[in-house]
Design a protein around this ligand. Sequence first.
Ligand code: PAF
Length: 285
Amino acid sequence: MSVRIVRTVAELRALVAGWKEEGERVAVVPTMGALHEGHLSLVREAMARAGRVIVTLFVNPKQFNSAADLAAYPRTEVSDAARLESLGGTMVLFAPDGDEMYPPGFSTGVTVTGVGEGLCGAGRPGHFDGVATVVTKLLLISGADAAMFGEKDYQQLQVVRRVAQDLNLPVEIVPCATVREADGLALSSRNVRLSEAGRACAPALARALNTAAGRLSAGAPASGEIAAATRAILAAGFERVEYLELRSAADLAPLDTADRPARLLVAAWLDGVRLIDNVEVRAAG
Ligand code: PAF
């Protein structure tokens, strides 16, 4: 079997210590399971960068805003392990239970101000505290030299970068490009919750972002492009646009124009499902 399942921190630490003694480089891919091609692209990147790969599978209760959302999150460990097997390498799947990660008495949290505020941080209070706390733990437990994070969750990527830098974690945070369906829809474990009609109009989100990004790179003011993109998303059938904002790519500062490398980020609701996406906006001029 090429995927070894590890449940405890102690077992993972012992394994990693052995690898390090042999001079192996270790890469980690943190996930909450329900693996799709987007996750597999992160695992392939990890395999290309390190001799030893750890995929973590933990549905982190601290980053969910509602008990219903946490309960509805898919738990598919058997098929996740099979998908990892199909990649062909040898790897460890670290799949601890809740008590292993948060034993009774657990009282510590990691909060990232600045990049953790606004956007998803506004709509999902406490979400990034939960993400930052669990990612800090996973990076420390795994002792990884490199950790892969998708640009699909661009704000999360910035939060994790901040944590690694501010806490002097000896790990390289590796951003990986968003994987998309042929029609442009960003891969997400939430996509399966869309109705057939919802799935048909979902690509409008990426289309609206790309149209606006092109005009922003040509120097158009953000306010007009955001209004036009919002109208296009709602006209396509989305119920609500939670946010659609132009932010600096480096530190997520709000921008009125793309006067530096930027990112256009959106969260919008379709069929009662919250979808997020973002695209690069090249600096105007
Ligand atoms: O992106 C995710 O799947 C999660 O937020 C992460 C990084 C695994 C932390 O639980």
